[in-house]
Design a protein around this ligand. Structure first.
Ligand code: SAH
Ligand code: SF4
Length: 345
């Protein structure tokens, strides 16, 4: 078994190097090359041959190879399909905003949660990603576009809290000043609502933003589209969100995909406002992206306006999210699903 060198912190790399009989200062040099996104050990020019040979026989460098790339004609959003050494693929979406570049990355290959509107949920689960594979998605996009990314959202394929240890390690690595140095305040983690893991995350007191995929004003509607709602009732989930704010001081964001005729009535808006009353939060309304085979349609613009007005009346802060890259299957899971159908892995 080769060691995943890019998932190590500098300190772990130092211990590894020293344990294997090499001088400690070499770790910093190797780490520097890894942060520069080299893809093989021979590129590490200031590392002596014996150490390079040792690394080659004992370690591997994670790489996210671009399999497919689509650029939106409308807004320059870029959608990548990346592959890893075992041939498995994930998606990432690079978005350009006034304040810089933001990337939406994947945390798992597929997802076990099975939400009915989600393309990722429909393709099943293959495996977790390791921290280096999350880093590599960012590095590959930066290299490809020759840019520096300033924001990360964990909203691609997979449920981050179902891959807790790897995701937390990734957050610590990517935000570290000897690594990509993307501050925790520029990282958002989105979850479908695995309650005990929300508490576990809160207790780590990371300075990231937690985003919770609510998509319904009550359990009855939520259970129709999100199987996780059968395990954790909405009351418990909302209590976990209140506690998350209490423990971390960070406001929670809610995602609400508006599906025509399912969760977008005026009654639904009023009930949602009641449930969120008094919470320090923000609601992102997203017209659902149509995924083949789901039968769901997005709410029309008048429905969106009526819904948001009801929330605003009750002092719940909400915005309709700009849908970027609507022409390039930018809803995560869609591109991989197509790739699978065409015979890919
Ligand atoms: N598993 C996590 C993060 C990945 S999904 C979660 O569920 O939160 C990222 C976001 O995309 C979630 O809010 C999810 O509900 C939403 N989403 C999935 N499929 C969608 C679709 N077809 N249209 C709009 N949003 C979708
Ligand atoms: Fe998984 Fe999130 Fe998709 Fe649900 S919405 S199936 S939790 S990726």
């Amino acid at each position: 078994m080769l060691t995943d060198i890019k998932s190590m912190t500098l300190e772990e790399l130092e211990n590894f190097i020293v344990k294997n009989g090499f001088p400690k200062f070499r770790a910093k040099q190797i780490h520097g090359w890894l942060v520069k996104s080299v893809t093989n050990f021979d590129e590490m020019r200031n590392i002596p041959a014996d150490l390079r040979n040792f690394l080659k026989t004992s370690c591997y460098i994670s790489v996210a190879t671009i399999e497919k790339k689509q650029v939106s004609r409308y807004d320059k959003t870029v959608k990548y399909l990346f592959s890893f050494a075992d041939g498995e693929c994930v998606e990432a979406v690079l978005m350009s905003y006034k304040h810089g570049y933001s990337i939406c990355i994947s945390t798992q290959i597929g997802c076990k949660m099975g939400c009915t509107f989600c393309a990722t949920g429909k393709s099943g689960f293959s495996r977790n990603l390791v921290p280096s594979e999350m880093l590599s998605q960012i590095e590959s996009a930066q290299k490809d576009m020759n840019i520096r990314i300033s924001n990360i959202v964990l909203m691609g394929m997979g449920e981050p809290l179902d891959n807790f240890d790897n995701v937390v390690k990734f957050i610590r690595l990517v935000s570290s000043d000897d690594n990509l140095n993307i501050g925790m305040r520029h990282i958002t983690l989105s979850t479908c609502g695995i309650v005990p893991k929300i508490y576990e995350l809160a207790n780590l007191k990371l300075r990231i933003t937690l985003s919770v995929s609510l998509h319904a004003p009550n359990d009855e509607i939520r259970r129709r589209t999100m199987p996780i709602a059968k395990k954790y009732p909405m009351d418990e989930l909302l209590q976990a969100c209140r506690d998350y704010f209490k423990i971390t001081g960070r406001r929670v964001t809610f995602e609400y995909s508006m599906i025509s005729g399912v969760n977008d009535s005026n009654d639904a808006a009023r009930e949602l406002a009641r449930k969120l009353d008094g919470m320090s939060c923000h609601v992102n309304l997203i017209p659902v992206n149509t995924v083949e085979g789901t039968g769901y349609k997005k709410s029309d613009i008048n429905r969106q306006k009526a819904f948001i007005n009801i929330l605003a009346d009750k002092n719940i802060m909400a915005t309709v999210r700009r849908t970027l890259g609507s022409d390039i299957d930018a809803a995560c899971g869609q591109l991989r699903r197509k790739h699978l159908k065409e015979g890919g892995k």
